[in-house]
Write a protein that binds this ligand. Structure first.
Ligand code: ADE
Ligand code: ZN
Length: 333
């Protein structure tokens, strides 16, 4: 099957998606209107024009601003449901979603409001469309350790529905070591762990995420390859890298998609997965990331299959669920 048809038909899991990053300008305006929240843009076009970034921080500034329209449980529900509709279109059958509670609790929105809105949409998507999901709570790394501990405390009543904790926001200057004790406490509570590392930050941050935070996956991790011993370990231990090609171009991690190292990482045997990160801001959902990456890097159909098999292997599904999806991919002719 040629790659473009395969992309449409193959079942896939998404492992790196910030729910706040799926807020499309149209929905931002609709929610702002019904909540009576002022936004500094006059139109959807004006918002899209502002989505031109020169690094991670310039994106984060506008991403946190957009999230200010989200106030009520229904807002978080509608946001999540809209993303899950895109999953359905793209044949994403399983998704592991990041949410950033501190972005909301710092504005006075209770943790429970955020969680319940997202969770209700996840339950609906499972029963209406058969899409399975997991939730991952991300600590904002530009905030303090103490703030992360407070967020962890707020999550405890909901822990049966939160599979893992992660680490996102401004990477450089906020190494994983800053959060070692919070991650220890989270693991003691039964949470799995992941972390953004090696996006803008150096490979040393990937090393810390593995050794100090006990992570099961590295989010991005494209710079791991700069440290040969580290990269050899990532390959040998099959530590999944949740790579986000369109994001990396928008945030200037690579100058052009043709320069992205995804194909090299894959050819060197890393467990690479492909993801959309913040699709409303970076120009496309999962299949768009696949299409553009296949074109730019001349990925083969076999490489597309490997990326999709890796997405299930690297997920937090049970071993039997993983095997079942990988079998379905292998049966797809
Ligand atoms: N928050 C949302 N998207 C992010 C990214 N790509 N890196 C760090 N923090 C983020
Ligand atoms: Zn991310």
């Amino acid at each position: 099957m040629e790659p473009m048809e395969l992309i449409r038909r193959i079942p896939k899991a998404e492992l790196h998606l910030h729910i706040e990053g799926s807020l499309e300008p149209e929905l931002m305006f609709e929610i702002a209107r019904r909540n009576g929240v002022e936004i500094r843009f006059k139109s959807v076009e004006e918002v899209r024009k502002a989505y031109s970034f020169h690094n991670l921080q310039s994106f984060l500034d506008i991403y946190y601003e957009g999230a200010k329209v989200l106030l009520h449980e229904q807002d978080f529900h509608d946001l999540t449901r809209a993303y899950l509709e895109r999953c359905r279109e793209d044949h994403v059958v399983h998704t592991e979603i990041f949410f950033d509670p501190q972005t909301h609790t710092h504005r006075g929105v209770p943790f429970e409001t955020v969680f319940k809105g997202i969770q209700r949409a996840l339950v609906e998507a499972r029963s209406e469309w058969g899409i399975s999901s997991k939730l991952i709570l991300c600590f904002l790394r530009h905030l303090s350790e103490e703030d992360a501990f407070e967020t962890l405390r707020q999550a405890i009543p909901f822990k049966k529905d939160i599979i893992a904790v992660g680490l996102d926001s401004s990477e450089v200057g906020h190494p994983p070591s800053k959060f070692k004790r919070v991650f220890d406490a989270a693991r003691a509570e039964g949470f799995l762990t992941v972390a953004h590392a090696g996006e803008e930050g150096p490979p040393a941050y990937v090393r810390e995420a593995l050794d100090l935070l006990g992570v099961r996956r590295i989010d991005h991790g494209v710079r791991s390859i700069e440290d040969p011993a580290l990269f050899a370990e990532v390959v040998r231990k099959r530590i999944p890298l949740t790579v986000c090609p369109l994001s990396n171009i928008k945030l200037r991690v690579f100058p052009r998609l043709e320069d992205h190292n995804l194909k090299i990482l894959l050819q060197k045997g890393a467990c690479v997965t492909l993801n959309s990160d913040d699709p409303a801001y970076f120009g496309g959902y999962l299949n768009q990331n696949f299409r553009e990456t296949v074109r730019a890097l001349c990925l083969t159909s076999d490489e597309v299959r490997t990326l999709c098999e890796n997405s299930f292997e690297g997920s937090f599904l049970s071993e039997s669920e993983k095997e079942e999806w990988i079998r379905k991919i292998r049966e797809l002719k």
